[in-house]
Design a protein around this ligand. Structure first.
Ligand code: AMP
Ligand code: MG
Length: 399
């Protein structure tokens, strides 16, 4: 049996990086930068006012106070989006607004609240130091400076920075196109009526959303019957159109488990099929031409956990992402978590706003209510009992 870490490094080593594509900045949120980005302008782009008030020469108002105000003659106004063409001279002030360019000759701004206006005269009631309430050109970002690193996920804050820095288009990894197959003669589509022994299929919708959250483009394929031929046909069709196929079910040692055989009969080579984690021991990874197979166990909880621990990092790595771990939160256990087995058990917990984690319910890999309630996994080592009240790491998946 492979360790989780070994399984991951084997998957990562097998994945050829996805090609890049150019996108408008506004459409790039959540995508992974594939090339460095550089600012096209200084930020701020010019010296400008941080306040509504008056642009002044600080020397003229250095000692101004309520008792001994300074008086300046107002020679003009600079609304946002305009520049003042003249120059501010001794004894003069210019009406200015937040974001307006600082006029030539001015080196400070006195905020409106510290002034009194009377016709062409403004009375300054507080002193100003040089550059007070002035935002300096380039103090944030210099033109040409690197503002985006390959491997970074584009965040809302970055959308703002890139747009402000004059970047119109950027280069990101193409989204992996992923087909979702569910195998099993017992599976029914949602609107069907169940025959005896049948169940509603529930993995594909969950996996589609998980794929989307990992940057992929998921498509739900028709149900696959438990025969070698049906499995081979479905896989063959999917690999013609998609970069990867995720299957659920049919990867164990049962007589009706055909994913491995069907994949090999298509010329695919299997990398391994057992990983030492619970839930989710049977797991298949393989390659056929330029396509990759991720074969997940059919139990919905196992499919969920193996996706998060093995497929999600793989999809992110494939797109060149630097950070591939689930968000880690340090939590206090509200109750003990015991693992009596010989594999690492990734237990489903619910972490409250108070940072206390409790078991999300019964941990069996067919127990779906606890899956729906959980928002994190706690990695409990084989044979270990993590005591109530102890601190541990939780892997959040409710992002
Ligand atoms: P398998 O891995 O095919 O042996 O399936 C293990 C268990 O998961 C069985 O109880 C299946 O009925 C169930 N199962 C398999 N695939 C799905 C699915 N797509 N939706 C819901 N349950 C499934
Ligand atoms: Mg099955």
């Amino acid at each position: 049996m492979l360790s989780l870490e070994d399984a991951l490094s084997r998957i990562h080593a097998a994945l050829d990086p996805l090609p890049s594509e150019a996108l408008p900045v506004a459409a790039s949120a959540g995508r992974i930068l594939s090339a460095p980005l550089h600012a096209k302008v200084d930020l701020p782009a010019f010296d400008n006012s941080a306040m509504d008030g008056y642009a002044v020469r600080s020397a003229d108002v250095a000692t101004a106070s309520t008792g001994q105000p300074a008086q300046l003659r107002v020679i003009g106004e600079v609304p946002a989006g305009r520049a003042f063409s003249g120059e501010l001279c001794e004894g003069q002030g210019i009406r200015i607004f937040t974001g307006s360019p600082l006029p030539h000759g001015a080196d400070a701004v006195v905020m409106q609240e510290d002034t009194r206006r009377d016709g062409d005269t403004v009375t300054i009631l507080e002193p100003a130091r040089p550059f007070e309430h002035v935002r300096l050109r380039g103090e944030d970002v210099r033109c040409g400076q690197q503002i985006g690193e390959p491997g970074t996920v584009v965040s809302p804050g970055m959308l703002n920075l890139f747009a402000a820095a004059g970047v119109a288009e950027l280069s990101v990894s193409r989204r992996p196109r992923v087909a979702l197959l569910a195998t099993g003669d017992e599976l029914c589509e949602a609107n069907a009526s169940l025959a005896p022994g049948q169940i509603f299929e529930s993995n594909r919708g969950m996996l589609a959303e998980l794929v989307r959250r990992a940057g992929g483009d998921a498509e739900i394929m028709p149900l696959v019957a438990d025969t070698l031929e049906a499995t081979r046909d479905a896989l063959g069709k999917a690999f013609k159109e998609f970069d990867a196929v995720i299957t659920s079910g049919g990867v164990s040692v049962g007589d009706h488990d055909h994913v491995k055989g069907a994949f090999e009969s298509l010329g695919g080579s299997l990398d391994f099929w057992k990983v030492a984690i619970k839930p989710g021991k049977p797991f298949v990874f393989g390659r056929v031409n330029n396509g990759y197979l991720f074969g997940l166990p059919g139990n919905p909880v196992s499919a969920f956990v193996t996706f998060l621990l093995l497929v999600r990092p793989a999809l992110l790595h494939w797109q060149g992402a630097r950070d591939r771990s689930l968000p880690i939160q340090s939590v206090t256990l509200g109750e003990s978590l015991a693992n009596r087995g010989d594999r690492r058990h990734f237990m489903r917990v619910r972490v409250g706003d108070d940072g206390v984690a409790r078991s999300a319910g019964v941990q069996g890999s067919h127990m779906l209510h606890s899956l729906a309630v959980a928002n994190a996994l706690v990695d409990v080592p084989p044979g270990a009992e993590l005591a109530a009240g102890s601190r541990t790491a939780a892997l959040r998946f409710d992002f």
